[in-house]
Ligand binder design. Structure first.
Ligand SMILES: *Cc1c(COP(=O)(O)O)cnc(C)c1O
Length: 403
C-alpha cells in the first residue's frame, strides 16, 4: 500500500505526477512529496506502527516507496539518549552516528536510491561534502546501480575510502560542495545519470523526515521543546518540519512544535547571517572553512524553507567555532560515551550558549542531533591526540602512553 499522490513545488505549488523521475521544478523550486493524508489517517494507528519493522521503514505509509521496492541496510530507529552528565537539565542526544555508513545521510539515500531503482534509473551521481556520497555509494551497491560521486579533494579519508570500497566512481574536485554539485550536474546531463544532489530530487528529504517521526514516537507523541540541528543544506530540519505537519494532519500530534534551532560553524554560517538580518534567503558564504565538512555549505538551496521553519517555530540560528565543536565532542565522548561527529558536537556547544543566554531554560526538553559518528572524522580529532612519542618512551619500547 502506498499513499503518495503527487509532488508539489515548494515555491510555486505546481503539481507533478509520481511514477517518473523528477528533478527541480522549472521555476527552480525543490519538489516535495504529498500523500493522501486522510487515507493514512483512516488506515494507520500508533498500535500498528508499534508492531512494525525496527527501522525507518516502519513509517512506510508516509514514505514514497512501495514496500517491495525498499533498499534497506537497517537505517533509522536510532537511540535517543538522555545526557546524564547534566542531571539538572532535560537534554537528549538523538544518535544518528549508529546508522549504516555512520551518518543520518543513510536515511535520505535509502529512500532516494529505492525510488531511483523503482523508477528504472541505472546510474546515479552526487556532489557531496562527504557523508551523502558515502551513503549513496553503499545504497547504490545494494541496489546494483552505478554510482558517480564528486567530492572536495580535502574530503575526510573515511568518505573517500568507503566510496571507493563500495565501488563508486570517485572524482576529487579542487573546490567545495557547490563546485562538486555543478560538476555532478554537468556530467549527469552528459552521461544520462540521475543527479541525487541535495533537494534536487524529492525523495532524500522524505527519508530524512523520519528523524521527526522518531523523535515524536520516542517521546510518546509529545514533541520536545527545542531541537538543535547542525545545518548544512538543512534537509534534516526541513524534513522534520514536514514530518510534524504530516503527523498533525493524521491526528497523532497537536499543533505545538519544538523551537527549531539551526546550528552552523563560524567559518560558514549563511543561514545564521540571513536569520540575523531578517532575510528570507541566504547569501553565498565565501571562503567557507570548517572541519565539520557537513556544515561546509556556502548557499543552501532550501534556505527559505529552513528560515521559514525557524521563524514559524520561534527558533533561532547560531554558530559555534571549530574549537568549541571539538571541545564539546570530547566532552560528550568522555562523559557520555558518545563519540560524535563535530557537526553533532556543535549542537551541544550551541545548547550551552542558549542555556547561558536564557533563550532555553533548564526545564526545557531539548534534543541535540548527533548527525554522524566521530569515527568518520579522525583527521579532525587527531589534532587533539597527536601520536608523538618522546625519545624516552621510544627507548622504553613496550608500554607507551601517548600524551
Ligand atoms: C550532511 C551533514 C549535515 C548537514 O545536514 P543537512 O540536513 O544537509 O543540513 C550535518 N552533519 C553531518 C554529519 C552531515 O553529514
Amino acid at each position: 500500500m502506498n499513499y503518495l499522490t503527487h509532488l508539489e513545488c515548494s515555491l510555486c505549488s505546481r503539481n507533478f505526477e509520481p511514477g517518473r523521475p523528477w528533478a527541480l521544478c522549472p521555476c527552480g523550486g525543490p519538489l516535495l512529496a504529498r500523500y493522501d493524508l486522510s487515507a493514512v489517517r483512516r488506515d494507520w494507528t500508533p498500535a500498528r506502527l508499534a508492531a512494525s519493522r525496527p527501522d525507518m521503514w516502519r513509517y512506510a505509509p508516509l514514505l514514497p516507496v512501495p514496500p517491495d521496492s525498499i533498499i534497506s541496510l537497517g537505517e533509522g530507529l536510532t537511540p535517543l539518549r538522555r545526557v546524564r552528565s547534566l542531571p539538572d537539565h532535560n537534554l537528549w542526544v538523538k544518535d544518528e552516528g549508529l546508522n549504516p555508513t555512520a551518518s543520518f545521510k543513510a536515511r535520505g539515500l535509502s529512500c532516494a536510491i529505492s525510488m531511483a531503482r523503482e523508477l528504472g534509473l541505472r546510474g546515479v551521481a552526487i556532489g557531496s561534502a562527504g557523508n551523502a556520497a558515502s551513503a549513496l555509494a553503499a545504497y547504490a551497491a545494494a541496489a546494483g546501480l552505478a554510482a558517480h560521486v564528486f567530492l572536495p579533494r580535502d574530503v575526510p579519508q573515511s568518505n573517500f575510502i568507503d566510496c571507493r570500497a563500495c565501488g563508486a566512481e570517485v572524482t576529487l574536485v579542487d573546490g567545495l560542495i557547490g563546485d562538486c554539485a555543478r560538476l555532478a550536474a554537468a556530467r549527469s546531463a552528459a552521461e544520462g545519470w540521475f543527479d541525487l544532489g541535495t533537494l534536487k530530487e524529492p525523495y532524500r528529504v522524505e527519508g530524512k523526515k523520519t528523524m521527526g517521526f522518531e523523535v515524536a514516537e520516542q517521546f510518546n507523541w509529545e514533541l520536545p521543546d527545542a531541537i538543535l540541528y547542525p545545518t548544512g543544506g538543512g534537509v534534516g530540519l526541513i524534513g522534520m518540519w514536514k514530518a510534524f505537519q504530516e503527523l498533525e494532519a493524521i491526528g497523532w500530534i497537536g499543533p505545538r512544535r519544538p523551537r527549531m534551532i539551526a546550528v552552523q560553524a563560524e567559518g560558514c554560517k549563511p543561514v545564521v547571517r540571513a536569520w540575523e538580518n531578517g532575510a528570507d534567503r541566504s547569501e553565498f558564504w565565501s571562503d567557507a572553512r570548517t572541519l565539520a565538512s557537513g556544515l561546509r555549505v556556502p548557499k543552501p538551496l532550501g534556505d527559505f524553507l529552513i528560515l521559514g521553519a525557524i521563524r514559524a517555530s520561534g527558533g533561532t540560528a547560531l554558530a559555534v567555532s571549530d574549537r568549541e565543536m571539538l571541545d564539546a565532542g570530547l566532552r560528550l565522548a568522555r562523559e557520555e560515551g558518545i563519540f560524535a561527529a563535530p557537526e553533532g558536537a556543535a549542537c551541544l556547544a550551541a545548547a550551552e550558549k542558549l542555556l547561558a543566554s536564557g533563550f532555553l531554560s533548564p526545564a526545557d526538553r531539548i534534543v541535540l542531533f548527533n548527525t554522524g559518528s566521530g569515527l568518520k572524522y579522525l583527521e579532525a580529532y587527531a589534532t587533539r591526540f597527536p601520536r608523538r612519542l618522546s625519545a624516552e618512551q621510544d627507548k622504553l619500547g613496550g608500554l607507551i602512553t601517548p600524551r
